[in-house]
Design a protein around this ligand. Structure first.
Ligand code: ASP
Length: 380
C-alpha cells in the first residue's frame, strides 16, 4: 500500500470536525485464556442481529450480551470473544463514511489486543464498507471479516449462525508461523470467503448473496475451510497499522443507456462541487461517439473532474483501446477503472480525493492497485 499523510478526522463534504466516540468493549466469555486466539466482534446492525420475540413473533434487535443464549455453539470455540455494539444498531442503508471511520478507530484502538476482527453488518451496503475499510486500514496484517445474514439469527432457518461461526473461525485462523491466515478485509457469506473490495451484493432473496466476479475465492468452507494461499494478500506484520479517516464524497455514478440526453449529462457534469465521475459504459468500456458527448466529457476533465470508465458488465475488464468508441473516451481524458467493482471505485475515489491529492496524482493512483481492488501487473 502507498503511504498517506495522517490528518485529523475531517470529512470534506460535511465541513466539520467529527469526534468519534468509541464505546467500551464487553468480554463475552469472562475467562480470557492467553493461549487461545482472541476475536473482537463488532455489531453494526442489519438482519443478522435480530431475534424473533417468542410472544409477539415480531423481529427485534438483539442484545449482544445475549449472544451466547442465541448462539450457544460459540462456547465450544477455543477462542476469546469480546464485542462492541453500535448503539443504536443501524440498517446498513444508513451506513456512511463517518461510521467507516468509527470502525477504523475501533479496530485501530484494539489492534494489539486481538488476533482478528469480525464485523456484523447489514448486507445491503456491506460491499461498500468492506471496500472502504480496505483503503482506510493501511498495512493491515490481521483479518477483518464482514458478515451478515439474509434471515435473522434468531430464526429457525437462519443463515446467520453459520456465517457468524465460520467468520470467527477465519478471523482466528493462523499459519504455522503464527501470522494471520487471511490478513485482509474480506466478506464471508454462504461458505465463501471473498476479497472485500472485489465483492458485490447480487441477490436479495437467496442465501448465496455475494459474488466476486473478477477475483477468485480466498477460501471455501465445507467440512474443512480450504484457503487458497495463491490469492490471499501477503502482509508484513512488522509494519504498524496506519489508519486513515479522510474522505471527500463529491463523486457520482453516471450509467449510460441508449437515448441518454445531452442536457442530463451536461447537468450532471456541472454539479457544483463535483470532483469525480464513475462512467458506467457498455461492454469493454464503450460509449457513444457523438461529438456533443465527447465534448462534454473533455470539457469536464479539463475543468479537473476525474472521469473513470467501468463497464456495466460485472465480469471482465475495461479495454479502451479495443474499439474506436473507447479511444474517443481516452482522447477526452477519461481513465480506465480496469475490472473494479463500482463499490471499490467509489470508495477509492472518496479516499484519494479526501487526501488532498492533485488531479494528476489521483489519475496515477487509479492506475495502481492500492489494496488488491483491480487487476493490473503490480496488483497485490
Ligand atoms: N436492510 C438490511 C441491511 O442492510 C438487510 C440485511 O441486513 O441484510 O441492514
Amino acid at each position: 500500500m502507498k503511504s498517506y499523510s495522517k490528518k485529523p478526522f475531517i470529512f470534506l463534504s460535511y465541513k466539520q470536525r467529527i469526534t468519534i466516540f468509541v464505546p467500551r468493549k464487553a468480554l463475552l466469555f469472562p475467562m480470557k485464556n492467553p493461549n487461545h486466539p482472541s476475536v473482537l466482534l463488532i455489531y453494526t446492525g442489519g438482519t443478522i442481529g435480530m431475534v424473533e420475540n417468542q410472544e409477539t413473533g415480531a423481529l427485534e434487535a438483539f442484545k449482544f450480551d445475549q449472544l451466547i443464549e442465541n448462539v450457544p455453539e460459540l462456547k465450544r470455540f477455543h477462542c476469546s470473544i469480546s464485542s462492541y455494539q453500535f448503539n443504536p444498531p443501524i440498517d446498513s442503508s444508513d451506513m456512511e463514511p463517518s461510521l467507516w471511520s468509527k470502525l477504523v478507530k475501533i479496530i485501530h484502538q484494539n489492534y494489539d489486543d486481538f488476533d482478528g476482527f469480525v464485523i456484523l453488518h447489514g448486507t445491503d451496503t456491506m460491499a461498500y464498507t468492506a471496500s472502504a475499510l480496505s483503503f482506510m486500514l493501511e498495512n493491515l496484517s490481521k483479518p477483518v471479516i464482514l458478515t451478515g445474514s439474509q434471515l435473522p439469527i434468531g430464526m429457525l432457518r437462519t443463515d446467520g449462525k453459520e456465517n457468524l461461526i465460520t467468520s470467527i473461525e477465519i478471523a482466528a485462523a493462523k499459519r504455522a508461523d503464527g501470522t494471520a491466515m487471511v490478513p485482509e478485509v474480506c466478506i464471508f457469506f454462504e461458505n465463501h470467503l471473498l476479497r472485500g473490495n472485489r465483492t458485490t451484493k447480487i441477490n436479495a432473496e437467496n442465501f448465496n448473496a455475494f459474488r466476486s466476479y473478477n477475483y477468485p475465492l480466498l477460501a471455501t468452507a465445507g467440512i474443512h475451510i480450504k484457503y487458497d494461499a495463491n490469492y490471499i494478500r501477503k502482509a508484513n506484520p512488522d509494519q504498524p497499522l496506519k489508519p486513515h479517516f479522510l474522505y471527500d464524497t463529491n463523486v457520482i455514478v453516471l450509467t449510460l443507456f441508449p437515448g441518454i440526453q445531452e442536457n442530463v449529462i451536461r447537468n450532471v457534469l456541472h454539479t457544483p462541487g463535483l470532483r469525480a465521475v464513475i462512467l458506467k459504459t457498455y461492454g469493454s468500456g464503450n460509449a457513444p461517439q457523438r461529438p456533443w458527448f465527447i465534448k462534454l466529457l473533455k470539457e469536464a476533465t479539463e475543468r479537473g473532474i476525474v472521469i473513470v470508465n467501468i463497464s456495466q458488465c460485472p465480469t471482465g475488464m475495461v479495454e479502451m483501446r479495443r474499439y474506436e468508441t473507447g479511444v474517443h473516451l481516452l482522447d477526452a481524458g477519461v481513465i480506465s477503472g480496469y475490472d473494479s467493482t463500482v463499490e471499490a471505485l467509489i470508495t477509492k475515489l472518496m479516499f484519494l480525493l479526501g487526501h488532498g491529492k492533485s488531479v494528476e496524482e489521483i489519475r496515477q493512483m487509479l492506475n495502481e492497485s492500492i489494496a488488491g481492488e483491480i487487476t493490473i501487473e503490480q496488483s497485490i
